[in-house]
Design a protein around this ligand. Structure first.
Ligand code: PHE
Length: 467
């Protein structure tokens, strides 16, 4: 993008009042939002969860969740943010007509979720960044899982390395966030997303052209519903929330940076599809290769760090592709982390009128503190468990399987029952300038009846309420 566009966006209006920072146009909106959605969720979580939960059947539930829950929640969030032109908590304070009802709590839970997710996300991102460097050498390049397992183990069992890489990641993210919405977030997304996409395609082609690749495709696309438990269905829905960055205020905050001319339902659909394509490509990069070398796909979170290197070490030109793979994963993580940290930073800077610099420093500091609980979960704090889970696992589980779905549930209830049809119609048709009323009406009805019931049933079922 041209610098002058950004400058214009950040400049003052005629009355001399500073214009709120925001995305500069359609491409910026799509790429920044897609940059938030695409992340470790696509390349680390989606493959390992699909691997653990038996492949295609899990994918189908994930797809349904994305369509019937994910997309309506994303549209709702973008709409709320753009209407209020404010960060997440202020959005509910502004738009709620009945000040006695505490809808702003959704925003508070969102900030809490942002902290929980960032706590483990920055650690996994740290592993990935470390693996970009390690992949250049020979330390993790082995066909023997005992060797790759030992390399991974020696990294995560060292508390100083764990903290160091996490703080390095936080420093990088904080540095980009300091530059602002247009110059920091949007500009980074515009640089990173095309490269990420190109690198991913390269790895997919390599994987699909291996002998025996077909088995992996079968695993990914031919469903076996016998493995689908209530908990797996909740996990699939939780993944849809996590993947689309919804249920916690990220998309409200980003929506507040959209221009009034943006077509919200269309943009959200594009982002949902783009994110889905990246997840499927990640699956097509990983499973065909995994099956081609007869490796089991159900290793869980360590799939990327222990299993995948052995697969690369087995294939022709594998070293080259391994470097590309970890590089693209690290790029994917950046946009997602920017959007996570933006939620509390925007909250502090707008609600408490802190400067962006100060807000960023405060939040990075707090994240380093909370994040260290996750960083130390594989070493010093390995035995510190709550509900049988380490902090790392607890943050991961609570955010995806509880906070985001519950947040999403209340967001759609707020939009469809409190904001109501008349205002939703105005907001999503851009005051009647977009000829999409029928579509908006359809979305509204899904939001009012289908999404909340689905989320509720899946949540209760996931926690075994139906026996
Ligand atoms: N969607 C991101 C990913 O897939 C993670 C994320 C979750 C980002 C929630 C923002 C909010 O990696």
């Amino acid at each position: 993008m041209k610098n002058t566009d950004i400058e214009k966006n950040l400049s003052k209006n005629n009355a001399g009042i500073a214009v709120r920072d925001g995305f500069t146009g359609g491409l910026g909106v799509i790429l920044a939002t897609l940059g938030s959605a695409v992340g470790l969720g696509n390349i680390w979580k989606f493959p390992y969860l699909t691997g653990v939960n038996g492949g295609a059947a899990f994918l189908i539930v994930y797809l349904l969740s994305t369509l019937l829950v994910g997309l309506p929640v994303m549209i709702s969030e973008h709409m709320l943010g753009r209407k209020a032109k404010a960060e997440a908590i202020s959005t509910f304070l502004k738009l709620n007509p009945n000040k006695k009802q505490p809808w702003w709590l959704i925003g508070v839970f969102g900030v809490v979720a942002a902290f929980m997710i960032m706590a483990f996300y920055t650690e996994v991102a740290g592993w990935v960044f470390a693996y970009v460097i390690k992949s250049l050498g020979n330390g993790i390049f082995s066909t023997d899982p005992a060797v790759t397992g030992a390399a991974f183990g020696s990294m995560i069992s060292n508390p100083w390395i764990s903290l160091g890489i996490q703080w390095a990641v936080l420093a990088l993210v904080g540095f980009i966030i300091l530059q602002g919405v247009a110059k920091g977030i949007e500009r980074t997304a515009k640089r990173v997303m095309p490269v990420l996409f190109a690198l991913l395609i390269i790895v997919v082609i390599r994987s699909l052209t291996l002998e025996g690749a077909l088995e992996g495709l079968k695993f990914l696309f031919m469903p076996d519903f016998s493995k689908l438990t209530g908990a797996a269905i909740l996990t699939a829905m939780g993944l849809a929330f996590f993947k689309l960055s919804i249920g916690m205020g990220t998309m409200i905050t980003y929506g507040s940076y959209f221009g009034d001319d943006q077509n919200i339902p269309m943009n959200a659909t594009k982002v949902m599809l783009g994110d889905l394509v990246v997840s499927l490509l990640a699956g097509m990069a990983i499973f065909p290769a995994v099956f081609a070398y007869g490796v089991e796909p159900d290793a869980g979170p360590s799939l990327l760090f222990i299993t995948i290197p052995t697969v690369f070490a087995s294939m022709p030109f594998g070293h080259f592709f391994m470097v590309i793979f970890f590089l693209l994963t690290s790029l994917a993580a950046i946009g997602a982390m920017l959007s996570l940290i933006e939620v509390p930073v925007a909250f502090l800077s707008e609600h408490y009128r802190m400067t962006r610099n100060k807000a960023t420093i405060v939040i990075v500091g707090l994240l380093a503190a909370v994040g260290s609980l996750a960083a130390l979960s594989s070493n010093v704090l390995a035995e510190a468990k709550l509900f049988g889970k380490t902090f790392f696992d607890l943050f991961d589980f609570l955010s995806s399987n509880v906070l985001l779905p519950v947040g999403g549930l209340f967001i759609v209830l707020f939009v469809s029952w409190v904001i109501g049809w008349n205002k939703v119609e105005k907001a999503l048709t851009n005051n009647g300038t977009l000829k999409n009323v029928k579509l908006v009406k359809f979305y509204f009805n899904v939001t009012r009846y289908v999404t909340p019931i689905l989320v509720l049933v899946v949540l209760l079922n996931g926690f075994g309420v139906f026996g």
